[in-house]
Design a protein around this ligand. Structure first.
Ligand SMILES: Nc1ncnc2c1ncn2[C@@H]1O[C@H](COP(=O)(O)OP(=O)(O)OP(=O)(O)O)[C@@H](O)[C@H]1O
Ligand SMILES: [Mg+2]
Length: 267
């Protein structure tokens, strides 16, 4: 018997992307990204960190096809990204669940939009809810779930459509410290070995080091990449205990210094 092939993630290429926003007031435009180039391999987990306003969300939006950069281009698996793709999943800080739908009905949304039949939809949504530890809550409404559970429903909803690439913009930002650690561990468990390519935007250096294969640091004005650090911690990682590992602490400190430098005003 041959093993079934692993699902294949997207290979992302950001090529010399620049973007600026103009305001109605007629002030000088904000250069959100300047000559940003980045390659992310199939199945790689990359975290984007940097001070507020350095262009993390703008870059993620460009990769998602939600924003067309003024110059440069983004491609996934060789195809230039011009619009949102069904192969790319996106999760925001706030879960954006529909309050009138149960967890399972929320998890079905992506499949519904793709015209997947009811029975198959249910089966997939039930399975992905189970994979994020929410099997018992399939019939609960968002108001009956904690914020951490709601983020996991959002994850299930995205996983149900089996995207090659997952783009996460501060998905744990609204969670309290304890819940955040548990949900991070859950995300790591579900995504590790899934073969999916993941790009995670976060303010939290600990989160970046615990979850990513590589951490890319951006600096603002203009938004640009200033350095990157490869996280050579073995997998699977136990995110609940890893923070006591000396190598983890070393990487954390290295990034902390890079971030401090990135936050300085270079104008
Ligand atoms: N729609 C917009 N209109 C005008 N300016 C914008 C718009 N979106 C972003 N900007 C500006 O572009 C820059 C980069 O914004 P972006 O949201 O990408 O930063 P970020 O790194 O995600 O910040 P944060 O960590 O606060 O989420 C900022 O100076 C921001 O004010
Ligand atoms: Mg942002």
């Amino acid at each position: 018997m041959t093993a079934s092939p692993l699902p294949v993630g997207g290979r992302i290429r950001v090529d010399n992307v620049s973007h600026a926003f103009t305001t109605a007031g007629g002030e000088a435009p904000t250069v959100a990204l300047e000559n940003v180039s980045l390659e992310i391999g199939v199945g790689e987990f990359v975290a984007l960190v940097g001070p507020s306003g350095c262009g993390k969300t703008t870059l993620l939006n460009a990769i998602a096809g939600l924003l067309k950069p003024l110059s440069g281009e983004v491609s996934i698996n060789g195809d230039i990204v011009r619009a949102p793709s069904r192969h790319t999943g996106y999760i925001f800080a706030r879960d954006a669940l529909m309050p009138w739908r149960t967890a399972r009905e929320n998890a079905e949304i992506g499949l519904e939009l793709r015209g997947v039949g009811r029975a198959q939809r249910r089966e997939r949504a039930t399975a992905t809810l189970e994979s994020v530890g929410l099997a018992k809550y399939a019939h609960a409404y968002p108001r009956q779930l904690s914020q951490g559970m709601r983020q996991r429903v959002a994850l299930a909803r995205t996983l149900a459509t089996d995207p090659d690439t997952m783009l996460l913009d501060e998905p744990f930002a609204a969670l309290d410290a304890q819940t955040r650690i548990r949900v991070q561990a859950e995300f790591a468990r579900v995504l590790e070995g899934s073969g999916k390519t993941v790009v995670l935007v976060t303010h939290d250096l600990a989160e970046a080091v615990l979850l990513a294969d590589r951490v890319v640091v951006l600096a603002p004005s203009p938004g640009r990449i200033v350095c990157e650090v490869t996280v050579d911690l073995p997998r699977p990682r136990d995110v609940e205990t890893l923070r006591f590992d000396p190598r983890y602490q070393q990487l954390h400190e290295e990034l902390w210094l890079a971030l401090k430098e990135a936050g300085h005003d270079h104008d």
